[in-house]
Design a protein around this ligand. Structure first.
Ligand SMILES: Cc1ncc(COP(=O)(O)O)c(C=O)c1O
Length: 386
């Protein structure tokens, strides 16, 4: 017998009430069933950097959907090859191999397995406030206790050091360390930007210990921080780069990119049925073409700078700090941000938190300038009033 629909809804773990029901998207706008328009200040959790309903992505998906949606990775495929070539052409020449999957957490899992296998070591050093996903390996690298505790014991061998603390990192990395795993900007953890000294030290410390260095750019990658990849700002190149979210314009994808040297040391096997499917790769190629042609990294840089100038004058007794890079911005309030989010929603702006007291802004990189200015004005007004 098929169970009758529950009045509480069917989704595991989703709140039963209070969610806006969105039925359509267009650029930086999301619409509910009654046609009410919202400005999306969360880029549908970072996956919508190129805007919802992007016509170029839609055309690529439609053409590929009627050609070949899925193909096992045992077969070569020109759409996949073209996408991989495009992605590698945008990265430093040291990157040579890509494992494709379907999400950020899978990109991280592959990175963890590759690092352990390639080094023959087990220890993974990550950072306090870091977020890397919710599958068991990625969750072991994620820091927040509430996310970890219900699922313990997690994978052994993970340690966390304070972010931007070079001596702590130095003390934690030793000859048993397989991987140092860091976000250049901690997104979920409250929008904390890595200091140049920290990332440079991470490169030197891991190299000295014979460990690998991975940057989790699931949230910061693909032009979000004002560079195509955030690590470009620091001039520090990792051994492993983790990408997902908007890499395929909103179609599920994950990518674990490694050097030839790391790939050559990998023993064992890792595989995904859906990873690298032609539909995601066609969308990925269209997305990369769009990001480069529209110079979205430069746009993110410019609009981000404008936001930091506008938000820099928020009253000190209401706001502790405004942080971020490009269009990944955190406003740390002195109180919980839920009332601000609710007030903004009432005014037609959908923003998301990063922890209890940080209002996070990561709009589509294509957001129209008047909408961005209106959003910044509304945020400033609500904070001043709150
Ligand atoms: C830095 C980082 N890594 C990994 C993940 C996990 O990605 P996904 O939700 O696609 O599994 C996220 C998601 O927010 C993230 O921000």
């Amino acid at each position: 017998m098929i169970a009758a629909p529950s009045p509480k809804g069917h989704e595991f773990g989703a709140p039963d009430t209070g969610r806006v029901e969105i039925v359509r998207g267009e650029g930086a706008y999301l619409f509910d069933a009654k046609g009410r328009r919202y400005v999306d200040l969360g880029a549908t959790h970072g996956a919508g950097s190129l805007g919802s309903g992007n016509p170029e992505i839609a055309r690529a998906i439609a053409a590929q959907a009627s050609t070949l949606v899925h193909l096992g990775s045992g077969y070569a495929n020109p759409v996949r090859s073209a996408f991989l070539e495009k992605l590698l052409a945008l990265l430093p020449a040291s990157f040579a191999r890509v494992f494709l999957s379907n999400s950020g957490t899978e990109a991280v899992e592959a990175g963890l397995k590759i690092a352990r296998s390639a080094t023959g070591r087990t220890k993974i050093v990550a950072a306090l406030r870091g977020f890397h996903g919710r599958t068991m390996g990625a969750l072991s690298a994620t820091w927040r206790r509430e996310l970890r505790e219900p699922f313990e014991p997690l994978v052994p061998g993970f340690v966390h050091v304070p972010f931007n603390d070079v001596p702590a990192l130095e003390a934690a990395v030793d000859e048993s360390t397989a991987l140092v795993l860091l976000e250049p900007v901690q997104g979920e953890g409250g929008v904390h930007v890595a200091s140049p000294e920290f990332l440079r030290a991470a490169r030197a410390i891991s190299q000295r210990a014979g460990a690998l260095l991975a940057f989790d750019e699931v949230q910061t990658g693909i032009a979000r921080t004002g560079r195509l990849f955030a690590f470009e700002r620091w001039g520090v190149t990792p051994d492993i780069l983790l990408l997902a979210k908007s890499l395929a314009g909103g179609v599920p994808i994950g990518a674990t990119v490694t050097t030839e040297e790391v790939a050559g040391r990998f023993r064992g096997s890792h595989h995904s049925t859906f990873g690298g499917n032609p539909l995601a790769c066609a969308a990925g190629s269209a997305a990369l073409d769009f990001v480069v042609r529209e110079r979205l990294a430069a746009r993110a840089d410019r609009l981000g700078e404008r936001a930091r100038n506008r938000l820099g004058s928020l009253p000190e007794h209401k706001v502790r700090e405004v942080r971020g890079l490009g269009l990944l911005i955190g406003i740390e309030a002195r109180t919980k941000v839920v009332p601000y989010l609710a007030a903004l929603q009432g005014r037609g702006f959908l923003a998301i938190p990063a922890g209890a007291t940080v209002l996070r802004l990561l709009p589509p990189l294509t957001i129209a300038e008047p909408d961005w200015d209106a959003a910044l004005d509304a945020i400033a007004e609500e904070i001043a009033r709150g």
